[in-house]
Each structure stands twice: as structure tokens, then as C-alpha cells.
Write a protein that binds this ligand. Structure first.
Ligand code: VAH
Length: 314
């Protein structure tokens, strides 16, 4: 992996993945693309609508890419608001990216999600290989994407790899369109108002991970020895599982008067209830050495410090 094209480079993961990959492989070796223009100027950037297969192929050829990281997608809550758009964008974009990887012989990464599991999946210590009957359009997209990516590996020899990300927490891009985004917004509100009203109910456990660990997991998986990979699309990865009261308690270690209240959003609560409480990441640990650095309290300390710095600069 040395010359990388990223789609959705301005999204929640893409915006930080671009910076991570440029720090590892050199800015000139990472072509960031997105449907909207970028304000940044720290490396090559092109406008790309991932439903435009021809343009995606042209960019991969012109850039002499050897890897494509397909990050462009609608997240779970947005996908439930507009399922037909989600299918066209999430699946149309994925098929185009897989075809470009096949035609140009590129290594391929795209993220799946704990959203690829459904109500009939075992909720505790969800296994790597288990029942996947999601009840959301996002989940249908993710399961179909996992199967399609495995198909392109077995049928065409494309080196496809992926992880099932839990909720990702970061201070770079504001929360938007996901179900787990309450775990991002709570930190922003803690700094701004000292309080937060959660749209996810008390006692709702979901897997989570701090963004620096997520970015390192992508690099580690893509650099892993392929002969050691028993699985490919996609590996369970997680750092922690918590419910709203536990993240609030972690915040109160820094902001003692922080208060948490609830105004549950039925749609996003139904999505969260259909997902596991905690997943098992042993396959990722065994096959490519997955590990994390941040637990809940380490993440809280870093998030609050970085958001205070960000607010001071604003
Ligand atoms: C979402 N942040 O909430 C994403 C993620 C596991 C959740 O896929 O849709």
C-alpha cells in the first residue's frame, strides 16, 4: 500500500484517515476525494461523486493508485430517513469502487459496522462468525457490502479487507447522521453547556472506539500479512462498550457538575436496540494483532482537552 485513493475523505472517518495516511506514507501519496470541495490544502484533492464509476477509474489511473479506501457512505440514521438514496449511494458507490479495484488491481478497504448485526444476533460477546439479519437499511448495506467484498476476493483475487467498526468518537468532525453520535455530541455539549440531553436511553450499551485507535486499526489491517488472514470482510473490532450514564460519569471526573438528561429519539433508539451490546474482537487480535490504546477514561481526558483547545482557537 503506497499510493492511496480515498473516497469520502471529508467524512467522519475519511477526514482523519487522510491525515493519518499522509503522516505514514507522505502527503503526495494520498489522493483525497469527496463530492464537495475541501478547505484543506495539505495534499492532493479531487472532487469525486462515487456513483460516477468512469471518473473514479480515471482518477485511480491518473494517480497511479495501488490502493483504494472507500469511505463514502450514508450513516445509519440518515440511511433510515432516506433508504432508497442510501441503497443507491452505499451500494452503487461500493460496486464502483470494487470494480475499479478489480480493473486496476488495487488493494481495497471499506468499513463495515456493528450495524451489520441485527436483533437475532447474540448481543453479548457477539462472535466474528454469527447470524447477521439487520433490520436497518444501513445494516443491509453493510452485510451486502461484506458479502460483495468477500466475493471480489474469492472470485477475482482482489485483496479486499474490512473491519466492523463500533461507534467512533472524535473531536475533529462534528457528529452527523449516526446513531452512536450521542457519544461525540455529549463531549461538545459538556464543554459548551455543562449538560447534555441524550437521544439514546439510559442503559443502552453499544460498542465504541476512539478515532486514533480506529485509524491505526485500518493501517495495521492493510499492512497485515495476507497469509495470516482467515477472515477479510469484515473483522469485529472494538475498544469499549458503555451506556450513557457511564460516559457521563467519566466526564464528571473532569466536569463535576455535568448533568445528563434524556429525550429519547424512537428511530435512533430502535436502531441502537437492534445492535449488539458488546462484540468479540478475538479474530482481529489473532489474525493481525489488533489492539487499542484508549479506554473510556483515556478517551474522555483526551476528548475534553482537545475540544477545549479547539474552542479556545475558535
Ligand atoms: C452510525 N457511527 O452510528 C455509525 C456506526 C456503529 C455505528 O456505523 O451509523
Amino acid at each position: 500500500m503506497k499510493r492511496i485513493l480515498i473516497t469520502g475523505a471529508l467524512g467522519q472517518i475519511g477526514s482523519e484517515l487522510t491525515g493519518k495516511l499522509r503522516s505514514v506514507y507522505g502527503a503526495e501519496n494520498v489522493l483525497a476525494t469527496d463530492i464537495r470541495p475541501s478547505e484543506e490544502a495539505d495534499g492532493p484533492f479531487e472532487i469525486l461523486d462515487v456513483t460516477d464509476a468512469k471518473r473514479m477509474g480515471e482518477l485511480a489511473k491518473e494517480f497511479k493508485a495501488d490502493t483504494i479506501m472507500h469511505m463514502a457512505a450514508l450513516l445509519s440514521a440518515k440511511a433510515e430517513e432516506n433508504p432508497q438514496l442510501a441503497w443507491n449511494l452505499n451500494m452503487g458507490g461500493l460496486v464502483n469502487a470494487l470494480e475499479v479495484a478489480r480493473e486496476e488491481k488495487l488493494q481495497f478497504f471499506t468499513p463495515s459496522s456493528i450495524g451489520a448485526f441485527g436483533p437475532s444476533t447474540p448481543k453479548q460477546d457477539t462472535p466474528q462468525d454469527t447470524l447477521q439479519r439487520p433490520t436497518t437499511m444501513y445494516g443491509v448495506n453493510k452485510v451486502a457490502g461484506e458479502l460483495l467484498s468477500d466475493y471480489y476476493f474469492h472470485r477475482f483475487g482482489v485483496d479486499t479487507r474490512g473491519v466492523r467498526f463500533p461507534g467512533l468518537v472524535s473531536y475533529v468532525t462534528p457528529p452527523g447522521g449516526g446513531t452512536t453520535d450521542y457519544a461525540v455530541d455529549i463531549y461538545y455539549q459538556a464543554i459548551e453547556k455543562g449538560m447534555y440531553t441524550s437521544y439514546i436511553a439510559e442503559g443502552t450499551y453499544m460498542d465504541m472506539m476512539y478515532m486514533p485507535d480506529a485509524l491505526q486499526a485500518i493501517v495495521d489491517l492493510m499492512e497485515a500479512d495476507p497469509s495470516k488472514l482467515v477472515h477479510r470482510n469484515a473483522f469485529n473490532v472494538t475498544a469499549m462498550s458503555f451506556e450513557p450514564e457511564e460516559i457521563a460519569a467519566s466526564i464528571r471526573r473532569h466536569i463535576p457538575d455535568f448533568s445528563l438528561s434524556y429525550d429519547v429519539d424512537p428511530m435512533r433508539q430502535a436502531i441502537a436496540d437492534s445492535w449488539p451490546d458488546s462484540i468479540d474482537a478475538s479474530a482481529a487480535k489473532e489474525e493481525w494483532g489488533f489492539r487499542v490504546k484508549f479506554g473510556l477514561d483515556e478517551m474522555t481526558a483526551d476528548m475534553l482537552e482537545k475540544l477545549k483547545q479547539k474552542t479556545a482557537r475558535a
